[in-house]
Design a binder for this molecule. Structure first.
Ligand SMILES: Nc1nc2c(ncn2[C@@H]2O[C@H](COP(=O)(O)OP(=O)(O)O)[C@@H](O)[C@H]2O)c(=O)[nH]1
Ligand SMILES: [Mg+2]
Length: 312
């Protein structure tokens, strides 16, 4: 990583953005000094996560939101994170084709990122990419993630506002609560409002949220859209701006940022201590002690304690 990289990022050079994001995606070691200098420029963008079941209309809606953001004289970075695909591109290729009309617009940067099966690392990768997009001057960063399990929780950790997209086919309220989506959502969107059952879902979501939102927490608003017909999307954009203010005034966004900062420090310390600990000597020592399980009398707990106590 040469010293000009940060300058290029800050001058919104999309090729450099791509190159650095590829390095983050593939776990290449990027020097601390780079992130130290990046930090001062990494906190200006609003980070929004958009999650929901496959086919709910996340990409269609994101595409519409990009246009509204541009109309609002703002710039946007989009990171499509696919926790289900071990390969880059793949499932998300269709999305990229759909958003192709923004290809030569320097106020829009769109990238997909695969998790390479490393779900645990997704939160910090999403963070780092967000820092880079923020340093390039993007006002808003959107993360599109398929909500199928763990991935959306990882991404929710990296954003200021999580939008959960549902469709009338998403299932009943009980399933939603089981899926844990209510815990991570700041905002709900019921998309495909052109389909049967949409109004009922909006109503029952509102009821649940009203009943189950804890005291002192903000009750998530529920919006209704038909993304491919461009219905309700302007109202959603205005509603998101308003709710951002509500979240800011309530200190929710600042609290999320503080939590992120703390967690990043915790994670970095953990990673560094672990990699420092496992010297070749320690690895050999462990292998030596467990080579023949029949003869190994020490329990895993004893061995761990021995390895930790011994000077490296
Ligand atoms: N009927 C209907 N179809 C929609 C709507 N929004 C998106 N779709 C369609 O649903 C499919 C999946 O949309 P996509 O944006 O790729 O979903 P994603 O997997 O959540 O990103 C596409 O064929 C869209 O054209 C909508 O509001 N109503
Ligand atoms: Mg999509």
């Amino acid at each position: 990583m040469d010293s000009q990289t940060l300058d290029r990022i800050r001058s919104n050079d999309h090729r450099t953005l791509s190159r650095v994001i590829t390095q983050i995606e593939s776990n290449s070691r990027i020097p601390d000094s780079f992130f130290e200098s990046l930090h001062a420029y990494s906190n200006n963008a609003l980070r929004i996560g958009i999650t929901g079941p496959p086919g709910a209309g996340k990409s269609t809606l994101t595409d519409q939101l990009i246009q509204l953001i541009l109309d609002d004289n703002k710039s946007v970075g989009v990171l499509a994170v696919d926790p289900t695909s071990p390969f880059s591109g793949g499932a998300l290729l269709g999305d990229r084709v759909r958003m192709n009309h923004f290809l030569f617009n320097e106020d829009v940067f769109i990238r997909s990122m695969a998790s390479h099966g490393d779900l645990g690392g997704l939160a910090h990768k999403a963070q780092e990419v967000g820092d880079i997009l923020s340093a390039s001057g993007k006002d808003i960063i959107i993360y599109e993630t398929v909500g199928v399990g763990q991935g959306e929780h990882e991404v929710a950790e990296a954003v200021d506002m999580t939008i959960v997209i549902l469709v009338p086919e998403s299932g009943d309220e009980i399933q939603l609560m089981k899926a844990g989506l209510i815990e991570i959502a700041d905002v709900f969107v019921v998309n495909k409002s052109d389909r049967d059952g949409a109004d009922r879902l909006v109503q029952s979501l509102k009821n649940i949220l009203h009943t189950f939102t804890q005291k002192g927490k903000l009750e998530p608003p529920v919006f209704s859209t038909s993304a491919d017909r461009k219905e309700g999307v302007v109202e959603l954009y205005i509603g998101l701006n308003n709710f951002q203010k509500v979240m800011e005034d309530a200190g929710v966004i600042e609290q999320k940022q503080i939590n992120r900062h703390r967690k990043r420090v915790f994670d970095l310390v953990k990673d560094r201590l672990i990699s420092k600990f496992w010297s070749q000597k320690k690895i050999d020592q462990l292998e030596e002690s467990i080579r023949n399980l029949n003869k190994t009398s020490a329990s895993p707990h004893e061995l761990a304690q021995l390895l930790i106590e011994e000077q490296s």
